[in-house]
Design a protein around this ligand. Structure first.
Ligand code: MN
Length: 451
């Protein structure tokens, strides 16, 4: 089966052995893992997958930095690195439904009752100021309590007791919606938290779309075969049969607990908030399970989430502006779009599409297709030279956005803005860009002038 983490690691070891680094020296899960990932990247210019064999306080080895390379993520989708966006879009357009199987390696060890103890897991503290150990690589699998609608997502979990965590549900998103439905009925929401998966499954979990779109079908399409699922021991939820570990749990109704601060992808460590409470009912895992961590707010985290966001935004803009050329998410809450504008107004439509397609998007810049959105200098140049702020900036007030944006007065209640940095009335009619006359350009040969 090619849908487990181990077979993907074997592929990396075969193709590029230096991309897989085992660390046998004991490490403290508090800060040392993050320190090693960041130092390797900054000082040695390396970002291999890291397997820490000896992590203090736990028998589980820790795998991290799996997603820190675009090449590895492309390999996970069986695509060339420059084809990642197209490969992801294809998977969104042609999902492959999952299939239920009787059992799988994730059931080799089943722990229930008193044997559930989250303190047996690696107690990883990522950054200074974090309120405690967090699970950052758990994918939640859940179902609408009133309908056959499934959802997968990443949710950060702070370990708060032997069988208790807090959970950060992004206000207004799909799992939050399921929990609100369950809570209004006074019921807990069954939840399964899946740790240690093939990166195609990780990429699929981050798909952004309608609540009706089943992330598990996108996972299957990225894998090229149906995702194999097994039933949980303590609920009817279905989880990947080949995962390293599953925490079977539920989100309690009408209970909240202090959570945070926690250093996030925004570059900030937002303060303590009251969040929902998770009770873990069972832990199942492979006999020699690896525990996966995502090095939060670093490439491991940022690259993984960017590919699905960009694919969805490209899809959304293309629905309104068929001549869209490229979409890039260069940083938190920000999107750059290039279009071939055929008629006035299309840049504005692109802005509206982006803001309408992703809760987190707050700033959109639209440029003409002669500007490379992957070059920040070119985008800045276009804003400076093709935009009149009183005419070309659109501000939307009182919208819902990320609850992790520290600039808002109330978490998640935000203004959004779009910058139309396209040439007006059209690129063809705009002031020409300077250039050396083509005849001279072709005639001049450096060799003739330099000794
Ligand atoms: Mn969803």
């Amino acid at each position: 089966m090619a849908q487990d983490l181990r077979s993907f690691l074997d592929l990396i070891k075969r193709r590029k052995p230096e991309d897989f680094q085992i660390i046998s020296k004991p490490v403290d899960p508090a800060y040392e893992i993050t320190a090693l990932v960041v130092k390797l990247e900054r000082e040695a210019r390396r970002r291999p997958v890291l397997l820490f064999e000896n992590v203090k306080g736990t028998k589980f080895p820790v795998l991290t930095n799996l997603h820190a390379s675009r090449r590895r993520l492309a390999a996970a989708m069986n695509a060339a690195p420059e084809e990642t966006q197209r490969a992801y879009l294809r998977a969104m357009e042609k999902p492959i439904p999952p299939k239920v199987v009787k059992t799988g390696p994730v059931k080799e060890v089943v722990l229930t009752g008193d044997r559930v103890n989250l303190y047996d897991l690696p107690q990883i503290v990522h950054h200074e100021g974090d309120a405690g150990p967090y699970l950052t690589a758990a994918i939640s699998f859940a179902k609408d309590p009133t309908a056959e609608v499934w959802n997968c997502a990443y949710n950060r979990l702070m370990i708060k007791g032997r069988d208790t965590t807090s959970i950060h549900l992004t206000t207004g998103k799909h799992l939050w919606e399921f929990h609100r439905i369950a809570e209004s009925r006074g019921e807990p929401l069954p939840l399964a938290l899946v740790i240690g998966v093939h990166p195609a499954i990780a990429l699929g979990a981050l798909a952004i779309g309608s609540i009706d779109e089943d992330e598990r079908g996108i996972m299957g399409a990225l894998l090229g075969e149906p995702l194999e699922l097994v039933k949980c021991e303590t609920s009817d939820l279905l989880v990947p049969a080949h995962a390293e570990m599953v925490l079977e749990a539920e989100i309690l109704p009408r209970e909240r607990t202090p959570e945070g601060p926690f250093g996030e992808f925004t570059g900030y460590s937002l303060g303590e908030r009251q969040r929902e409470v998770v009770k873990v009912r069972a832990i199942t895992h492979r006999r020699d399970a690896m525990f996966q961590d995502i090095t939060v707010a670093r490439l491991d985290h940022m690259l993984l989430s960017t590919i699905p966001i960009e694919a969805n935004l490209y899809r959304a803009v293309r629905a309104m502006v068929p001549s869209v050329k490229a979409v890039r998410v260069p940083g938190p809450f920000t999107c750059f779009v290039s279009i071939e504008q055929r008629v006035p107004g299309q840049a504005k439509n692109a802005i509206l599409s982006v803001l309408g397609a992703d809760l987190y998007m707050k700033r959109v810049v639209v440029v003409d297709n002669d500007v490379d959105v992957f070059d920040d200098r070119q985008v800045n140049w276009a804003i400076a030279t093709r935009c009149q702020p009183d005419r070309d900036i659109t501000i939307v007030t009182n919208a819902r956005g990320s609850d992790l944006d520290p600039s808002t007065r109330e978490d998640g209640y935000t203004a959004k803005w779009g910058v139309d940095a396209t040439a007006k009335p059209s690129l063809a009619a705009y002031t020409p860009r300077h250039r050396v006359p083509p005849g001279v350009w072709q005639r001049i040969n450096l060799k003739d002038f330099l000794a």
